[in-house]
Ligand binder design. Structure first.
Ligand SMILES: Nc1ncnc2c1ncn2[C@@H]1O[C@H](COP(=O)(O)OP(=O)(O)OP(=O)(O)O)[C@@H](O)[C@H]1O
Ligand SMILES: [Mg+2]
Length: 373
């Protein structure tokens, strides 16, 4: 599955642009601030329904305009279909062959992003690490995306109930009654998501280690993880055990939830620790080693996706090669060559081109939001 073409109108600094894409490597090259990442972002938007950058719909629409249009033709074996996204200030509308749809992920390959920011996730907040794992869940489990979105919905509902109590809009008795009625479904989803996270990490762990060895060019590297609920490492990943732990925590934190007006128990509070040779990578790894872990993690996600679905995700590499030392660059390029999936890459550096296998590649020179010769 791949994108055959891309058409953008009134999107970021791109007024109007139509390009035919290579099935393998698409390189966007140009100086800083010209629009390279904007092109990558448009692919992410079309495939994932959202940007990887912070902002609202209006940040995506070109200054002085009221809407943006993004189009692509997806080529899937003998089947071509058109995906169109229309962005206005209030909404993003997605059309599949001209018809409105919400369940696009059923038809589209996912995109996996490598960016300088994503490479520094280990030292960022636990939220970023949870996001990393939830991406794997969406990618490898059929019901993954649904469990995540159902849980988020249940969490929003529960938070609203607690907030209304804290804001003195609803009585204590009424609040406790409502909580009692929604808690079973909330904790069921919280347990399911927690177990999916631990399962997915367990499933890709070996592949992460394989790629870590390649990237760090060391055979002795060992990778593991710990899933942490309220400072406790989870050792038994059964639905029953996780449910019990969450319930126990809910009783301990019931008073605190009422006074803070927010849900304090559930996967939105959990953490994942990556262990590099048995040590917590947040504290014991160099920045370079932390990057290796994320690179290896993403490579493992990609190969695991292929094992499950029979095709690779589409890769988006935003300025990452220049962030890596020679060894890591070579390992990543080798992996890209092995994987042979459609890849979109941005760079400011022409020297990067010399290192890539340019078979079936397409180079787009980006200047001021336009593709130039
Ligand atoms: N909504 C918008 N309307 C018009 N221009 C915008 C909009 N949002 C961002 N831009 C412009 O897009 C340009 C940035 O594009 P982008 O981030 O793709 O650059 P880049 O080529 O990736 O640069 P770098 O090499 O620094 O990463 C900036 O000039 C910015 O002002
Ligand atoms: Mg950029």
């Amino acid at each position: 599955m791949r994108l055959a073409s891309l058409f953008l109108k009134n999107y970021r600094n791109i007024e109007e642009c139509s390009i035919e894409l290579s099935p393998r490597l698409n390189i966007f090259i140009g100086d800083n601030g010209q629009g390279k990442t904007n092109f990558l972002e448009s692919v992410h938007l079309l495939l994932q329904g959202e940007s990887f950058r912070y902002g609202t719909n209006s940040t995506l629409i070109q200054f002085q305009r009221t809407s943006a249009v993004l189009n692509t033709f997806i080529h899937n074996n003998d089947l071509d279909f058109k995906v169109q996204m229309q962005i206005s200030e209030s909404k993003k509308e997605i059309l599949l062959n001209g018809k409105r749809t919400t369940q696009l992920e059923k038809y589209l390959p996912p995109a996996v992003l490598f960016s300088p920011e994503s490479l520094s996730i280990i030292k960022e907040s636990s939220d970023e690490r949870r996001q990393l794992i939830d991406d794997v869940i969406r990618s490898i489990y059929k019901n993954g995306a649904n469990v995540i979105s159902d849980f988020k919905k249940a969490l929003r509902t529960r938070n609203k109930i607690l907030k209304d109590y804290r804001d003195e809009k609803v009585s204590r008795d009424m609040t406790l009654q409502t909580l009692e009625s929604i808690n079973p479904s909330y904790f069921k989803l919280a347990t399911e998501l927690t177990c999916l996270r631990i399962n997915s990490l367990t499933e890709i762990k070996n592949d992460v280690e394989i790629y870590l060895k390649k990237i760090d060019q060391k055979n002795s590297v060992n990778f593991d993880f710990e899933y942490i609920i309220s400072d406790q490492k989870i050792t038994e990943n059964s639905l029953e055990n996780v449910h019990k732990i969450l319930q126990k925590r809910a009783i301990e934190l019931a008073a605190a939830e009422l006074s803070s007006g927010i849900t304090l128990v559930g996967p939105q509070k959990h953490d994942v620790i990556f262990l590099y040779n048995g040590n917590d990578s947040r504290f014991f790894c160099s920045q370079g080693q932390q990057r290796s872990i994320i690179l290896a993690f993403k490579m493992a996600q990609i190969v695991y996706h292929q094992k499950v679905h029979g095709f690779y995700p589409i890769l988006l590499l935003d300025d990452v090669l220049s962030e890596l030392d020679q060894g890591k660059q070579a390992a990543l390029i080798l992996a890209l060559n092995e994987i042979q999936t459609q890849t979109f890459l941005t760079t400011t550096d022409v020297d990067v081109l010399k290192k890539l296998n340019m078979d079936q590649s397409q180079i787009f020179k980006v200047r001021d939001g336009k593709i130039v010769q």
